[in-house]
Design a protein around this ligand. Structure first.
Ligand SMILES: Nc1ncnc2c1ncn2[C@@H]1O[C@H](COP(=O)(O)OP(=O)(O)OP(=O)(O)O)[C@@H](O)[C@H]1O
Length: 246
């Protein structure tokens, strides 16, 4: 469903992403893990069409994001780590605007918006200006916007930062459930316990390369360690030591 083929990104001589191959299968939620500067946001931005890769391809539901950007963008919903939302619009106005961009039929728009506002517990604030929203409310509005067109894939960068326990539960359920029915979810996170609870597979990237890929339990079985934190620290430190001694 989501496919990265030898995706690369260079900034001058610096290689931020080195020929990354990764697939998120239909029905799967995959967490992208890695230390600061590993290349997670670069991967996601290149995948959603915000950062032109230096090489390779990114496809969603078979559509090449860089060759057919408009058709590709209809296949996925995207939530950035710091969503930029127009503060002078109300939540409702922003969702109506986004529904227009996605060309949703007018007959369906209002009901869909109502459902999403209710699902994210934003109904009471629907007519308030976004500039008055808290961080968590903006994050939830951004999630609602990404789901408007019922995309086949959901792509999120750090979806849980700054959310209260209610919102956290809501987003966890979304990450887990959205990939059912053959859809796919890819999210980047630093929260290893989240990946442990809510990912069919995890991909660990380090210095722009894939270090490990698999179901959390399978990775712990292969590499040892009692939890993903231990696994993460061990593998990234080993990779750092190898780089130092090379
Ligand atoms: N515009 C840029 N110019 C030069 N280097 C950049 C640029 N943007 C990112 N990088 C570098 O690319 C590497 C990957 O950055 P990226 O933001 O993808 O990491 P990340 O895994 O998302 O990190 P974090 O967890 O800290 O958000 C980093 O070393 C970063 O310094």
């Amino acid at each position: 469903m989501i496919r990265l083929e030898k995706l690369s990104k260079r900034y001058g001589k610096f290689v931020a992403l080195e020929a990354l191959d990764l697939e998120v299968l239909p029905g799967e939620t995959l967490a992208l893990l890695g230390p600061n500067g590993a290349g997670k946001s670069t991967t996601i931005k290149a995948l959603v069409g915000l950062l032109r890769p230096s090489g390779g391809r990114a496809l969603v539901n078979g559509v090449d994001v860089w060759k057919e950007p408009v058709r590709a963008k209809a296949q996925f919903g995207y939530v950035p780590d710091r969503p930029y939302l127009y503060g002078k619009l109300s939540g409702l106005e922003l969702l109506r605007f986004a529904a227009g961009v996605y060309r949703l039929p007018r007959s369906e728009t209002e009901q869909r918006i109502e459902e999403l506002l209710a699902g994210f517990r934003l109904e009471r604030f629907a007519s308030s200006l976004i500039e008055t929203y808290s961080h968590g409310m903006r994050q939830k509005l951004s999630l609602a916007m990404s789901l408007l067109h019922q995309p086949q894939a959901l792509i999120l960068d750090e979806p849980m930062v700054g959310l209260d326990p209610h919102a956290t539960r809501l987003v966890k359920d979304l990450l887990r459930d959205y990939s059912k029915n053959g859809r796919a979810v890819l999210y980047a996170t630093h929260q290893l316990h989240l990946a442990e609870q809510v990912a069919d597979r995890v991909a660990l990237v380090h210095r722009g390369r894939l270090l490990a890929l698999g179901a959390p339990k399978e990775l712990l079985r292969q590499h040892g360690g009692s939890d993903l934190e231990e696994f993460f620290l061990r593998l990234t430190e080993e990779a750092r030591d190898e780089a130092v001694s090379a």
